[in-house]
Design a protein around this ligand. Structure first.
Ligand SMILES: [Zn+2]
Length: 380
């Protein structure tokens, strides 16, 4: 295996390196990686047909599938990146890791560091959802809270890694071994579907998962249209896509309930430009969804398919109605939605939704409780 720059093609031996020395470009791994991964028993995640979501899209005649990445050991697809990058760090003799995160990668890094018996420093924005912060702390990581947007945490992780010899497991495009861990998502999809999906909808911050699905398709000899889904309150890639630009301009302060894709890309805009290039090459599109669309999608996913996802994880479902009305999902489409993170990580968005909860005054009064249930069932 070696490292290769996606821009200038320069190659390097497989050491810890985060950017191309020649041009500053993104590095990718080429060839087989025989490094032993750190494992928490992760395996192929379920791919589920979502017939009730199909039915909720009037005029759609095709298939919607859910790739349930909430089922990874720490509850998000980030486990795939971290299992891969942690194994490589250990094989290079590095026994301390740092990760800047909006929450999920931090939880994954903290969990796998605990499993490997090494210390981890996790850096997150101070406004990271409580569920994510609690999870990171529970695994015993050193947790640093930084005021402001995610890019500030990113810069601090970079500085710590450079100055103090940590392996940087930040899961943008910075660690090529991490990104390589996502290729399996694409190959799994082709095997599980018995062929390539027509579209894969990917919640997108900087975009390593877009690359993972793309690479997996390439390795399987397949193609798909990649749809990068961002939040309206943090959509630097969508902005560039709609402007027909090749370069991505960094965003300001993100304003969205989707913490997992709240990445303004300040200082690493090239990550966004690379993702945009893959999206365009695939014949796909970048699309932004609003918080109300996210809430509706979360509700639909939980109530009609039994999947409890955080706002980011529901963002592909939120994008479906607009893609359909824009004529992007022709009859016969086989659409995969990447459900990236578990609802346990960010219950607040659900707590704000109306629920069908009733207080039982007297559990001994069965008739009254039965009456209450009957009335509630009729109200559906
Ligand atoms: Zn280069």
């Amino acid at each position: 295996m070696e490292l290769r720059c996606v821009d200038c093609g320069e190659t390097y031996p497989p050491v810890l390196m985060y950017r191309c020395k020649a041009c500053g470009g993104i590095l990718e791994t080429v060839g087989d990686d025989d490094t032993l991964r750190v494992s928490l028993g992760e395996s192929t995640t379920p791919l589920l047909r979502a017939r009730r979501i199909e039915a909720a899209l009037p005029g759609f005649s095709g298939e919607i599938w859910l790739k349930d990445e909430t089922r990874n050991p720490s509850g998000s697809f980030k486990d795939r990146l971290v299992a891969s990058a942690m194994g490589r760090a250990l094989s290079l003799g590095i026994r301390k890791v740092v990760c800047a995160s909006s929450g999920n990668a931090g939880a994954a890094t903290a969990a796998y560091a605990a499993r490997a018996g090494i210390p981890a420093v996790i850096i997150v924005p101070a406004n990271t959802p409580l569920g994510k912060v609690t999870q990171i702390a529970a695994y015993g990581a050193i947790l640093l809270l930084v005021e402001g947007h995610y890019s500030k945490s990113y810069d601090l992780a970079l500085a710590l890694a450079e100055r103090h010899g940590f392996a940087n497991l930040t899961t943008t495009f910075i660690n090529p071994y991490a990104v390589a861990g996502l290729t399996a998502v694409g190959t799994e999809l082709v095997v599980q579907l018995g062929g390539a999906p027509s579209h894969v909808l990917v919640p997108t911050g900087s975009g390593p998962l877009v690359k993972g699905v793309w690479q997996g398709m390439v390795d399987a000899g397949a193609t798909t249209r990649l749809i990068a889904v961002q939040a309206e309150g943090c959509a630097p890639i969508v902005q560039a896509f709609e402007a027909g630009a090749e370069e991505v301009t960094a965003w300001g302060m993100p304003q969205t309930i989707a913490s997992g894709i709240s990445d303004p890309l300040i200082g690493y805009e090239r990550d966004g430009a690379y993702t945009l290039k893959l999206v365009r090459e695939s014949g796909g599109r970048a699309i932004a969804v609003g918080d109300e669309e996210l809430r509706a999608a979360m509700r639909l996913l939980a109530r009609s398919e039994g999947i409890y996802a955080e706002p980011t994880g529901a963002s592909p479902i939120a994008a479906l109605p607009r893609l359909l009305s824009d004529g992007e999902l022709p009859p016969g489409s086989r659409v995969v939605c990447m459900v990236t993170g578990h609802g346990f990580k960010d219950g607040k968005a659900y707590q704000e939704m109306p629920v069908r909860t009733h207080k039982v005054e007297d559990p001994a009064d069965i008739a009254a409780v039965a009456g209450l249930c009957e009335a509630a069932l009729k109200a559906v």
